[in-house]
Design a binder for this molecule. Structure first.
Ligand code: G2I
Length: 362
């Protein structure tokens, strides 16, 4: 290599020379005195994550790979306000294993690495779901024993890859119908209900520290669906199956947070299970009126308090953070404005509601 590749050797040597003890001591003293003044304590205490940290819980957001990689306003809010992230799509089966045995980790890795460098935990979503399955799996016409092996391999590989880096996994997602019967799915139809215990056991073997969840929607109220889940959870626990938590998705309509929500979460918590709100959003018929935005704020506060007021509530995750990328308008025609930030990243009244729900002194 030419001599010029090592710049300014003389100056470097001087900097690296050991400092006299007295000088080093004085420097350390200066640093010790200066550091606390550099820490932005005051603002941290008023962010969502500041309040959540103070009470030892998570406040999370579902994160899309596109905004994560292309929108710096998005990541600024994400990293300032949230101490937990969930992959909105990147850890679903179709994203991770688009062809059999061949995995695409890029987007999932990006999120897990992002979280690690911003002091955020990761909720894994999701291992066993009836939806977002790749076509090789949906259309493969596999036998029960082949399907069992495919499921075990997917769980071993995915949970194993992120061992120690994901604090909770939605192992089972949306497994009930509204009337409380088991939903017809590839898994249920071919393997029977036993796939649930197997999936939980395999996930536990792959990462014994991760909290393993069953996650669903329309189970926030005391109703036929949550009754069926309660019975299943009780049965799994009695059989020693490693089930640790229930995820209440909480996709609500403004003004309709169920009045039985807190009592319902408490009965699961009373089984010794963690409870979490995992996908909170509160949709409004568009255009949203001032009164509806105010009601939505109340609803965010109530929904988060319904969890945090119950023993063993691990935290609250919102399904997105800004209305700019929410799934709601694409699915519920005429509805939107479901999240705490508007499309220009202004905090809505809903932000204050969520913040007050998290703040133990509000
Ligand atoms: O549907 C809302 C949520 C209900 N609970 C389970 C969650 O996993 C689910 O999330 C939504 C995502 O927010 C959407 O972004 O799940 C949908 C289906 O997986 C996601 O939508 C899909 C679109 O349907 C696909 O066309 C698209 O390719 O997102 C995919 C990736 O952008």
């Amino acid at each position: 290599m030419p001599h010029t590749s090592r710049p300014r050797p003389h100056r470097r040597r001087r900097v690296l020379r050991p400092l006299p003890l007295a000088v080093a001591g004085a420097l350390i003293a200066t640093v010790a005195v200066t550091l606390p003044q550099l820490t932005p304590d005051a603002s941290a205490a008023t962010t969502l994550r500041g309040f959540a940290d103070a009470r030892g819980v998570r406040v999370g957001a579902a994160v899309g790979d596109t905004p994560l990689t292309s929108d710096s306003s998005y990541t600024t809010v994400l990293d300032r306000e949230f101490n937990s992230v969930t992959a909105e799509n990147a850890m679903k089966w179709d994203a991770l294993e688009p062809s059999r045995g061949s995995y695409n980790w890029a987007a999932a890795d990006r999120l897990v690495n992002h979280a690690a460098s911003h002091d955020q935990g990761v909720r894994g979503h999701t291992l066993v779901w009836y939806s977002q399955l790749p076509s090789w799996l949906k259309n493969g016409n596999f036998s029960a024993s082949q399907l069992n092996t495919i499921l075990k391999n997917h769980i071993d590989t995915t949970v194993g890859r992120y061992k120690g880096r994901i604090y909770a996994w939605d192992v089972i997602n949306e497994t009930f119908d509204e009337d409380g019967s088991m939903r017809s799915s590839l898994w249920q139809d071919k393997l029977g209900t036993g796939y649930i215990a197997n999936a939980l056991r395999w996930a536990h073997a792959a990462d014994p520290a991760a909290k393993l969840y069953i996650n669903d929607y329309n189970i926030e109220a005391d109703n036929a669906k949550s009754d069926a889940l309660y019975a299943l959870a009780k049965q799994l626990l009695a059989q020693g199956v490693p089930l640790h938590g229930i995820g209440f998705q909480s996709h609500f309509v403004v003004g309709q947070v169920p009045s039985s929500m807190k009592a319902n979460l408490k009965r699961f918590s009373d089984l010794g299970l963690e409870v979490s709100v995992t996908e909170l959003d509160i949709r409004i018929p568009l255009p949203a009126s001032t009164a509806e935005l105010a009601q939505q704020s109340t609803d965010y506060k109530t929904a988060s308090e319904n969890c945090l007021g119950v023993p063993r509530c691990a935290g609250v995750t919102v399904w997105g953070l800004t209305d700019k990328y929410s799934w709601v308008p694409g699915t519920f025609s005429g509805y939107g404005a479901a999240l705490p930030y508007n499309e220009s990243y202004a905090a809505k009244p809903a932000y204050t509601g969520l913040s007050n729900g998290l703040n133990p002194n509000a």
